[in-house]
Design a protein around this ligand. Structure first.
Ligand code: GRG
Length: 314
């Protein structure tokens, strides 16, 4: 999708030739999935559907974009994948909780997610609400546990907890979702839409990149550059999502398209038109690529991930 706009830009083409994103994504997805599977491996809990419902949604076909961005940012500043893995998992736990709650009848009332029935369809509504609650709590448990184990790094983990909490709660994703719910069926301006999207989707993506840079030991210059990179790709991700909701393929997305229009949701595609939305997404990615030039060859995974954000088909 949308390759046309990018192919005219030589900096994008270079990334494609020099870096095999598909192999990179598969390798990272496998490692993240292995870490996620382990989370409740030895758990001795009452035989309720809670953990099965959490695992059902978590271990579905997700792209693992937020954990991979976190790892890529960590490695770009010289950190190691293993040390940042608890944060990478925490980001996916929070993201999965948000998807479960977003799909509930009181919100978007969706039947399919990650190529299977949504959590409340596969289980029931109460179980889906509780599975989401438990995933959110488990994320902060994983972060705090890493912080108390890494005694020399406890302060860094505390900073990561703060950063992620700010991005997930009433200053970030939940606020964005509230704005989204409140704006259904109403006319909102492009500026209001940008704020809504930055909070609802952009904030957690930006926090994923920032957390990786922080835990990887990035300098203040590196952290600043990655923060701006994260902000731009976070916004571009949502614009791309709006476009996919109009012209994506349901078999690739694992869910039907057209739901935004059915719910009369304001989106980049509805307010700007598809072509302008595509141009905006490409501009945002160009700005993100500019920021990471300071990393030299180490920027390649991040550059390829930025392109992927708007070229993906799911
Ligand atoms: C319910 C508190 C609360 C928040 C919900 C992020 C969000 C806020 C809702 C998701 C609704 C949605 C479909 C938003 C569009 C952007 C988005 C987050 C898409 C799904 O993320 P992907 O594409 O999904 O990374 P996978 O399944 O690959 O992880």
């Amino acid at each position: 999708m949308r390759k046309g706009a990018l192919e005219q830009n030589p900096s994008h083409q270079k990334t494609v030739k020099t870096f095999d994103l598909e192999t990179y994504l598969k390798g990272k997805q496998q490692k993240v999935n292995a870490a996620l599977v382990k989370l409740w491996e030895d758990a001795h809990t009452p035989p309720t559907p809670l953990i099965p419902a959490m695992q059902y949604s978590l271990l579905g076909e997700g792209k693992r974009l937020r954990p991979i961005l976190c790892i890529a940012a960590c490695e770009a500043v010289g950190g190691r994948e293993a040390e940042v893995m608890p944060a990478a998992c925490a980001l996916e736990l929070i993201h999965t909780y948000s998807l479960i709650h977003d799909d509930l009848p009181a919100m978007d009332d969706d039947d399919f997610r990650r190529a299977r029935p949504t959590c409340h369809k596969a289980f029931d509504e109460a179980t889906a609400i509780l599975a989401g609650d438990a995933l959110l709590t488990a994320a902060f448990e994983a972060l705090a546990d890493a912080g108390r184990r890494e005694r020399r790094e406890t302060l860094k983990w505390l900073e990561a907890i703060y950063l992620i909490a700010r991005a997930a709660g009433c200053f970030g994703m939940v606020q964005g979702q509230m704005m989204d719910v409140s704006s259904e069926g109403k006319v909102i301006s492009l500026e209001e839409l940008k704020e809504l999207q930055q909070l609802k989707t952009g904030a957690l993506i930006e926090a994923s990149v920032r957390t990786g840079a922080l835990l990887g030991g990035g300098s203040s210059q590196e952290m600043a550059a990655l923060g701006v990179y994260g902000r731009h790709i976070g916004l571009a991700f949502q614009v791309a999502d709006d476009i996919l909701n109009v012209e994506g393929k349901p078999e690739m997305l694992g869910k039907p398209v057209g739901s935004d229009q059915a719910l009369q949701k304001a989106t980049g595609a509805s307010l700007m038109g598809l072509e302008q939305a595509k141009a905006r997404a490409a501009e945002l990615i160009d700005s993100a690529l500019e920021e990471i030039k300071i990393f030299g060859t180490k920027k390649e995974p991040l550059a390829a991930l930025a392109r992927y954000v708007i070229e993906r088909e799911k």
